[in-house]
Design a binder for this molecule. Structure first.
Ligand code: OAD
Length: 254
């Protein structure tokens, strides 16, 4: 197989545009890169990624929360504050526009910032949870919206700690959400992997599943990733610039 052409974003290949014009089922996977232009940190970018400054096992595991709940709480509170101070960008809004033109559109995200829904996307699957919510650490079932608190709050039902309603390393993804993401991936004609390093499972396998089922796979990323050799089209650049131009090229004037 030939490697995917590295395409200048604003010079989209006609075969990509015509395929997308007639696609009725599109699935999208997004990662931290789509929110980078909003000013939020990614995880693995060399200078600014969280995991270049901190160790995930100190901040994003159940063991870390058991060891030092306040440290973990404060880190997520800091991230939640950044999310609240910033807002969705042109990449998020382009996907809102795309959804209006595609009968069967599923937006799968690894991001916990809630920006896709905030921008106006409707069919969103949040694989890694949402930083605007908390839930009981003991699993009594309580889920509620995050309220400002300096101390780690307690569950109103059972008194255990409340934790951010996000998925940590070593934890399972929400079952129904993952099933829905798989179904959309199996059914789609075109699959986009946008702003994700493709290193975290099970999200990373979705693009390969889509490809095995015959879907056209498109990657939008600043840089090549491990997925790049397997995609049909690799669009290298900022998602906040490429996505609006692509949506205009495919659906403009419709
Ligand atoms: P990463 O930080 O691993 O990857 C971000 C990707 O976005 C990189 O490939 C960048 O090249 C790309 N990128 C950065 N800015 C961009 C821009 N403006 N336009 C397009 N691409 C850009 O983030 P994720 O792949 O989302 O999980 O990480 C996956 C998971 O690992 C996260 O959900 C989180 C993390 O640990 C948990 O916390 C469970």
């Amino acid at each position: 197989m030939l490697p995917p052409a590295r395409i200048s974003p604003m010079n989209f290949p006609p075969e990509l545009i015509s395929f997308l014009k007639k696609s009725e089922r599109i699935a999208i996977l997004t990662g931290a890169g789509i929110s980078a232009e909003s000013g939020l940190n990614t995880f693995r970018d060399a200078q600014t990624g969280y995991w270049s400054q901190y160790r995930p096992e100190d901040l994003a595991t159940p063991q870390a929360f058991t060891r030092d709940p306040k440290l973990v709480w404060d880190w997520y509170a800091m991230r939640r504050k950044k999310v609240a101070e910033a807002s969705p960008n042109s990449g998020h809004f382009a996907l809102v526009e795309m959804e209006k033109h595609v009968p069967n559109f599923t937006l799968i995200t690894q991001n916990v910032d809630g920006y896709h829904r905030q921008a106006g996307s409707q069919n969103v699957l949040e694989l890694h949870g949402n930083i605007q919510q908390v839930r009981c650490f003991d699993g009594c079932g309580i889920v509620k919206s995050w309220e400002e608190s300096d101390d780690v709050p307690h569950c109103p039902k059972c008194g255990a700690y409340l934790r951010p309603d996000v998925v940590w390393f070593g934890e399972s993804l929400p079952h129904d959400t993952l099933i829905a993401a798989h179904q959309a991936t199996l059914a789609c004609q075109a699959f986009f992997s946008i702003g994700t390093s493709g290193l975290v499972q099970p999200a990373a396998s979705l693009a390969h599943t889509a490809r095995q089922r015959g879907a056209l796979v498109v990657e939008i990323n600043l840089d090549p990733t491990p997925l790049t050799p397997s995609v049909d089209f690799a669009l290298h650049g900022k998602s906040g610039e490429i996505l609006p131009a692509l949506v205009e090229a495919v659906f403009g004037g419709q």
